[in-house]
Design a protein around this ligand. Structure first.
Ligand code: GLN
Length: 450
């Protein structure tokens, strides 16, 4: 049914870079066989899923939205992909993203943008706009995303879906095409909080292949999502992420959510995080710095594309020609920014200063979590904008990330859930944040609020 739906709508929505009907149907038939034979299967066995195209898969190409990886079929499955297969979840296909997950709209995908199913003239968010739109357009009940600065939560916000960025280290990054290794985290996209909990429970857990993977289990998200009780919980409204700068209708829906939490017995407090003012500036130094290093491996020798220039093709000239042709403008912009920020004369002034801001943001969170169990804000300042609206203005695109970036800088978990329709008929949403390792709190509050 989901493949039929894709045949009907994906020409217009463009959620997928690759659809794999044969592999998905074969996996589904295998589950049917095993079930008929009386085998005890995982609760989600047989439920299909879409996977962001920056996770490696041995039976499908992995492009990460870039021309430089066109046609590359990895030799190994990402740990998350292995876990989905082990649970018996057929993989429908690979979803679109901004090139190397750099962006907020999917407009930086080398393969053309995805559209917002609510209004095809608007963006589905980014970088994981393929994973949000595939769920919002009913082409898949669940999807996997990755979140470095909001790429799960922001697409969820603009498409009326649920998206979680787990605690850094809760889900293995092995097999994720790295953007910024200290910020990247893989997580679920779904249509409700319980579905996201079920999926996080499938993909989480220690992995010896990822040295930053947490050794301990964070408990059952599914159990937390079933509590449906927020009595006595302290909910902290982040002063710097409300009010000024946020679209009035986004703020109106946010205030309604706060009222609902209050009526359900939660205690509402205000918290202040003064260093958030510098979060975007710090993020857009740290991310390009790490990305410039991570993307150095695309050298024309090891992966995908190779361009051989005329004349005498030395290795340097082949490398330069390949990277010139293979990378898009946003990727080049960030590589240049990152190598500049890391260069010896400027390291202390830019990268060093940004790392100090990162510590201040972590301290702001520590102080806020001393007063509240869960923090809340609107997920982003405005509902989905029009395709093309911010394409020529990188700074305007970056400013969108104000509410989502702090969680990545601090390594804490965050969840975006829909909280109604704004006056412009587009979905709005609320973000919940919890201390590191307390992901279960997000599912408890999120499911109760939903
Ligand atoms: N908008 C952010 C960026 O462009 C989001 C990136 C992400 O989470 N992958 O960096």
């Amino acid at each position: 049914a989901h493949l039929d739906r894709t045949a009907q709508v994906d020409g217009a929505v463009h959620s997928y870079l690759h659809v794999g009907p044969e592999a998905a149907l074969a996996a589904a038939a295998d589950i049917d066989r095993r079930r008929a034979a009386g085998e005890k299967l995982h609760d989600l066995a047989g439920l299909p899923i879409a996977v962001k195209d920056n996770l490696t898969t041995t039976d499908a190409p992995t492009t990460s939205g870039s021309k430089i990886l066109e046609g590359w079929i990895p030799q190994y499955d990402a740990t998350v992909v292995k876990k989905l297969r082990a649970a018996g979840m057929p993989i429908l296909g690979k979803t679109n993203l901004d090139e190397f997950a750099m962006g907020s709209s999917t407009e930086f995908s080398a393969y053309g943008p995805s559209k917002n199913p609510w209004d095809l003239s608007r963006i589905p968010g980014g970088s994981g706009g393929g994973s949000s739109s595939v769920v919002a357009s009913f082409q898949a009940p669940l999807a996997i995303g990755s979140d470095t600065g909001g790429s799960i939560r922001y697409p969820a916000f603009v498409t009326g879906t649920v998206g979680t960025k787990p605690t850094y280290g809760a889900v293995s990054r092995y097999g994720l095409v790295a953007l910024a290794s200290s910020l990247d985290q893989i997580g679920p996209v779904s249509r409700n909080v319980l579905d996201a909990a079920l999926l996080q429970d499938v993909i989480a857990g220690h992995d010896p292949h990822d040295s930053t993977s947490l050794p301990e289990s964070l408990g059952s998200m599914t159990e937390a999502a079933k509590k449906l009780d927020v009595k006595g919980m302290r909910i902290g409204v982040i002063k710097q992420l409300t009010g000024e700068g946020f679209q009035p209708e986004v703020s109106a829906r946010f205030n309604e959510s706060i009222e609902l939490l209050k009526n359900a017995g939660a205690e509402i407090v205000e918290v202040s995080c003064p260093s958030f003012e510098y979060a975007i500036a710090a993020y857009y130094l740290i991310l390009p710095a790490e990305a410039s290093s991570n993307l150095a491996k695309f050298d024309s020798v090891r992966f995908g594309m190779r361009v051989t220039p005329e004349g005498s093709p030395t290795i340097e000239r082949v490398m330069a020609a390949t990277r010139e042709a293979g990378f898009g403008p946003e990727v080049k912009r960030r590589i240049i920014l990152g190598t500049y920020a890391l260069s010896s004369g400027y390291y202390d002034a830019y990268y060093g200063a940004a790392q100090k801001v990162r510590t201040l943001i972590q301290r702001d969170f520590d102080a806020a979590f001393a007063k509240a169990d869960v923090l809340v804000s609107p997920t982003a300042p405005t509902t989905a904008f029009k395709l093309g609206e911010k394409l020529e203005d990188p700074l305007a695109m970056y400013l969108n990330d104000i509410a989502t970036i702090p969680a990545n800088l601090a390594g804490i978990p965050g969840m975006a859930i829909p909280n109604g329709i704004a006056e412009n008929n587009m979905p709005s949403g609320i973000q919940l944040l919890a201390p590191a390792r307390a992901d279960a709190r997000l599912y408890q509050v999120g499911a109760a609020l939903e």
